[in-house]
Design a binder for this molecule. Structure first.
Ligand SMILES: CC(C)(COP(=O)(O)OP(=O)(O)OC[C@H]1O[C@@H](n2cnc3c(N)ncnc32)[C@H](O)[C@@H]1OP(=O)(O)O)[C@@H](O)C(=O)NCCC(=O)NCCS
Length: 331
């Protein structure tokens, strides 16, 4: 059984309520139908019932048992007040708060905040920045988390490194240039994500272009500081840095460059020093060795919310919903 099938199976063992705010997108409607039929999650579509059922009928999709909520009908004065209070430091008016919170993207995040749903999956027709803002504003970072970030589960075929070819890459999607504190927070959040999706304990490598002092530069100092901070915050975590990518994953290179390290040569969680490095690396791995890339998986939020690519397929939406449900199991 491959990883995504295992994830779906685990999701079925304790079905979570996943809100899909883009109820007028036929890929989303189809995904909701599959999630319900295969009992992977309890999907909730947002929008006008009449319009969604018409779209479903037209596309030949059965959504008889799928819950539909119309934010315009459901929103309360309390919801408006809550959103107004969250955003008034940015000068939002009561009228704008009222109009904004009725938007499915924001209402979906509100549902997660209030416990009306266990997680949200959106981004089939909304841009990433808007999806992220909705999650950051309404769900917010978990306790002790400096910054919301993202990771990819990478499955590299015929690979002996990492966890039999499975790696977590972070951050590859959100934080352009993290500070040392933010990088430490990303490392800890990624270890938590790794525990959900990789069987064995996370072994976290803080990557750079130097291994254990082989070069010196301010950029390397940031990675060293982040490693120290993460160690202080999580003394039990297996984490080491700064490491070059080869020293992090290849045992023979680790023996030469970082023989004292408990992570070098066997890292399964790779933390990149900035978004350029992370994003370029995941795309190169995906294209050059035909690795599967699951994500971006948002991490560090109080409750799970995930983003889709606007080019996503129905099966991408089902897969990310299953991943979101697993995150909800451990939220
Ligand atoms: C996340 C993102 C939308 C924030 O953008 P931004 O311009 O900083 O947004 P805003 O200024 O409106 O910030 C919104 C709020 O979120 C907070 N915030 C921003 N990024 C945050 C993060 N990663 N974690 C936690 N909070 C964050 C800000 O502090 C701000 O708080 P406030 O409004 O209460 O003061 C932006 O960093 C982004 O688009 N990242 C994605 C990068 C990208 O394009 N990736 C594509 C590659 S796959």
């Amino acid at each position: 059984m491959n990883l995504i099938e295992k994830i779906k199976d685990k999701a079925k063992s304790d079905r979570k309520k996943i809100v899909l705010p883009e109820g007028y997108d036929s890929r989303v409607i189809q995904a909701a139908s599959i999630l319900e039929k295969e009992k992977i999650a309890e999907p909730v579509l947002l929008g006008k019932r009449e319009k969604i059922t018409k779209l479903a009928k037209h596309a030949g999709i059965s959504i008889d048992n799928v819950k539909i909520i119309d934010p315009e009908e459901k929103v309360t004065d309390e919801d408006i007040g809550l959103f107004y209070n969250l955003r008034r430091h940015k000068g939002i008016s009561k009228e704008d708060a009222c109009a904004s919170i009725k938007q499915p993207l924001l209402y979906g995040a509100l549902m997660v905040r209030k416990g009306m749903a266990d997680g949200s999956v959106t981004g089939a027709s909304n841009i990433t920045a808007d999806v992220l803002r909705a999650a950051i504003w309404l769900i917010g970072p978990a306790k002790g988390v400096k910054v919301v970030s993202s990771c990819f589960v990478m499955i590299v075929p015929e690979c002996v490194y990492g966890e039999h070819g499975v790696f977590i890459y972070a951050d590859a999607g959100i934080v352009p240039n993290p500070t040392a504190e933010e990088l430490a927070s990303i490392a800890i959040a990624s270890a938590k994500t790794a525990r959900m999706f990789i069987k064995s304990e996370p072994r976290v490598a803080m990557l750079s272009f130097s291994t254990k002092g082989s070069a010196s530069h301010g950029l390397i100092d940031k990675v060293i500081k982040a490693t120290e901070l993460a160690r202080k915050m999580c003394p039990d975590l297996q984490i080491d840095g700064e490491l070059q990518a080869d020293a992090a994953i290849v045992p023979e290179v680790a023996k030469i460059k970082a023989s004292q390290s408990n992570v070098a040569g066997k890292a399964n969680v790779l933390i990149f020093p900035n978004l350029e490095a992370g994003n370029i690396s995941y795309k190169l791995t995906q294209r050059l060795v035909k690795a599967e890339a699951f994500g971006p998986i948002l991490q560090g939020l109080r409750k799970p919310a995930n983003d889709l690519s606007r080019g996503c397929s129905t099966s991408d939406i089902v897969n990310i919903s299953a991943i979101t449900a697993i995150q909800a199991h451990s939220a």
